[in-house]
Write a new protein. Structure first.
Length: 288
């Protein structure tokens, strides 16, 4: 274990909006040393007024990731806490989403997250302390129709975090998974916008109307349906992240919002056929 100063500086990916921005704001107000990042650093300029240090970071670019980590290490000695937040939802029927879009989804949500872990771990290990917080989702424990690739990326985050937690605990490094439920951010619009709703809504093809139905269900769940009342704002995720990094013995997983607890429990208890029947109440069934 390294002696002397132990860095607890926080590096957060994807701070331009939503959970990442709320986490940077919350931790800065609470006195943490925060390095907030975004692909276009000018989009997060207001965070500097709260005391955040701003860095450009694109989790799909090796040079950008290396540069951000090295800049924190030069200033702080090590990245004390990494919050892997960058990610988005690619929606669409499995058969119809292009391989280019699928690769982009995994490049951001999975490969970028993994590479950031690899880059910060030597510094954490050298000082004998570190925390890695990986933003998963209740969607890493269950699957909604039309969201197969997003859910697959979050299932991957869950598995990788479980393996990593065991592998690095002996070096004084903790790994935590955060599983938000329905969070009122731009998530729903991004998910809906990633689909070619017009093409899939035509009267031709096997998925006619399916993606339009998925878009309606997504908006309903996030904006005005009964599940929306069980959601929350991004600040509740930020508060949970602070609890996780402040605890001397953090839990492996933190679910956030009642919607996450309810739906994860329902998926665990229901047989596959019953779960599919439940989804059929909310989502159109292609080919039926």
């Amino acid at each position: 274990m390294a002696s002397g100063w132990t860095s607890r500086a926080v590096l957060i990916t994807g701070c331009s909006s939503g959970i990442g921005r709320a986490t940077a704001e919350h931790l800065a107000r609470k006195g943490w040393t925060v390095y907030a990042t975004a692909r276009e650093v000018e989009t997060i300029a207001p965070l500097a007024e709260l005391g955040c240090r701003l860095l450009p970071l694109d989790v799909t670019d090796e040079g950008s990731m290396r540069d951000a980590v090295e800049r924190v290490e030069r200033a702080e000695g090590a990245v004390g806490i990494l919050v892997n937040n960058a990610g988005y939802s690619q929606s669409g029927a499995v058969e119809e989403v292009s391989m280019e879009k699928i690769r982009r989804q995994f490049e951001t949500n999975v490969f970028g997250l993994v590479r950031m872990c690899q880059l910060v771990l030597p510094g954490m290990r050298g000082q004998g302390y570190g925390r890695i917080v990986n933003l998963s989702s209740m969607g890493g424990r269950l699957t909604f129709p039309g969201g197969g690739f997003y859910h697959a990326s979050k299932y991957a985050v869950e598995a990788l975090s479980d393996a990593l937690r065991f592998e690095v605990s002996g070096f004084g490094i903790g790994v935590v998974v955060i599983e938000p439920g329905l969070i009122r951010t731009g998530f729903a619009e991004t998910a809906v916008g990633s689909m070619d709703v017009g093409a899939a809504s035509s009267n031709d093809g096997p998925y006619a109307g399916f993606e339009a139905g998925v878009a309606r269900a997504t908006r309903e769940n996030y904006e005005r349906g009964p599940l929306a009342r069980l959601g929350g704002g991004p600040e509740v995720v930020a508060e949970t992240i602070e609890r996780a990094i402040s605890s001397t013995r953090p839990r492996a997983r933190y679910t956030v919002t009642p919607s996450a607890g309810l739906l994860i429990s329902a998926r665990r208890l229901l047989p596959d056929g019953a779960w599919d029947d439940l989804l059929g109440l909310f989502y159109p069934h292609p080919g039926a």
